[in-house]
Design a binder for this molecule. Structure first.
Ligand code: THG
Length: 369
């Protein structure tokens, strides 16, 4: 159709050449990088994540590093979740909010030591945001984007693959915890995490010149388990209820609307950006909430480029923020960001391009817990 080429501004991933060699067929952009979105066999790639093991170039999940005497202070100012008890080697999922309590990124925070923190970010510029907050508040902290690039290994057989490379110690890692180590002299951090609910790890490469080597180490270790290339999978993540910031959120979305209340601690210090607004929103009660919608048609959908209006009894109650054919449910499904008056079980009409489709609201996730 058309081509997009890597450039200094559209920065190549350390795994870029490996993904080309694997036969990547499509990319999206994320944090000014190219992220693979497929290798030409979508259904095969999906079932590999559900039943086997898949490896993904997610180098675009960049790290914003906070380093210095005020790093912990800044991390807490940026994140409305209590990081006070966060241990070295621990990670936590957080909702970074602006002063209005609107979510502007949903990174994993990784504490390397008291003075060194990473925010493993979604697709928005937290480097600029963190620098602005630190400067305004006169903090002693260096904020950089270090040479760190995650490679995800996801699926029920991921643990066996990663343990065969790094040893059985990775089997005892708790969710979002990580250890720093090396393989063949390549510095890495190995975390139990990843944007699927099928289990898995992320190997954070800490030397971008060695991407192809790390790719091949994982690929070779995965051979006995029939590993193959994949990517953050649109179908699996919708079935599992995982949020895509910027896809499922708009310029007014707060964490309470999108099932992130358990990651918000209202008692964090008053100088945490957005906490005053979040306390107010919480006290008044959010206006919208996130449910699932299962459409009545049974023909696999085409991708959507925008949100669809959701109507109930002829009146708009919110939007469908994504749509995907579920290979496990054999239905078109998606997330619904709708008025809190809308409830699971309600019948709705989705205003799709080229027609209206009826459906029913449900709790998330569609599959799993
Ligand atoms: N890995 C890394 N960085 C990332 C992502 C990642 N940055 C961007 C994006 N993904 C961050 N977003 C998410 C969203 C959800 C989860 C992880 C990252 C996730 N959520 C689980 C859930 O919602 O059920 C578990 C959360 C919990 O229990 O704490 O895993 O994938 N490096």
């Amino acid at each position: 159709m058309f081509a997009i080429f890597p450039s200094a501004r559209l920065r190549p991933s350390p795994f870029f050449q490996s993904t080309v060699d694997e036969g990547v067929t499509s990319f999206t952009t994320y944090n000014h990088m190219l992220m693979p979105t497929g290798y030409g066999k979508p259904e095969e790639e999906y079932w590999r994540i559900i039943n086997g093991v898949s490896m993904w170039d997610v180098a675009c999940e960049r790290q914003v590093q906070l380093k210095g005497p005020d790093a912990a202070l800044l991390a807490q100012m940026l994140c409305p979740r209590d990081l006070g008890k966060c241990k070295e080697g621990q990670g936590k999922y957080v909702a970074i909010c602006n002063h209005a309590g609107t979510i502007i990124n949903d990174p994993i925070v990784l504490k390397r030591d008291d003075n060194t923190w990473w925010l493993s970010i979604a697709d928005s510029n937290i480097l600029f945001w963190a620098r602005a907050i630190a400067a305004e508040r006169g903090l002693d902290v260096a904020i950089t984007e270090p040479d760190v690039s995650p490679l995800a290994v996801q699926g029920p057989k991921a643990e066996d693959v990663v343990a065969s490379i790094f040893g059985d110690r990775v089997r005892t890692l708790k969710y979002f915890w990580f250890l720093e180590t090396e393989i063949n002299g390549i510095p890495v951090a190995v975390a139990r995490s990843g944007w699927s609910k099928q289990g898995g790890f992320e190997i954070y490469l800490m030397d971008g010149s060695r991407g192809a080597e790390l790719w091949n180490i994982v690929k070779d270790a995965g051979q006995p388990f029939d590993i193959g290339p994949g990517n953050p999978n649109a179908c699996e993540r919708v079935e599992s209820g995982l949020i895509s910031w910027g896809g499922d959120t708009d310029d007014e979305t707060n964490p309470f609307e999108i099932r992130m209340e358990k990651y918000v601690d209202l008692h964090v210090p008053d100088d945490t950006v957005g906490i005053t607004a979040l306390r107010k929103i919480h006290a008044e009660g959010p206006k919208r909430h996130q449910l699932g919608v299962v459409l009545d048609d049974d023909k696999p959908t085409i991708p959507a480029f925008h949100w669809f209006d959701i109507n109930k009894d002829g009146t708009k109650i919110g939007s469908q923020t994504n749509i995907i054919w579920s290979w496990r449910m054999k239905k078109n499904i998606g997330f619904a960001l709708v008025s809190v008056s809308a409830k699971p079980g309600d019948r709705v009409e989705v205003m799709r391009d080229g027609g209206v489709t009826s459906g029913v609201l449900c709790d998330l996730p569609f599959i799993g817990s």
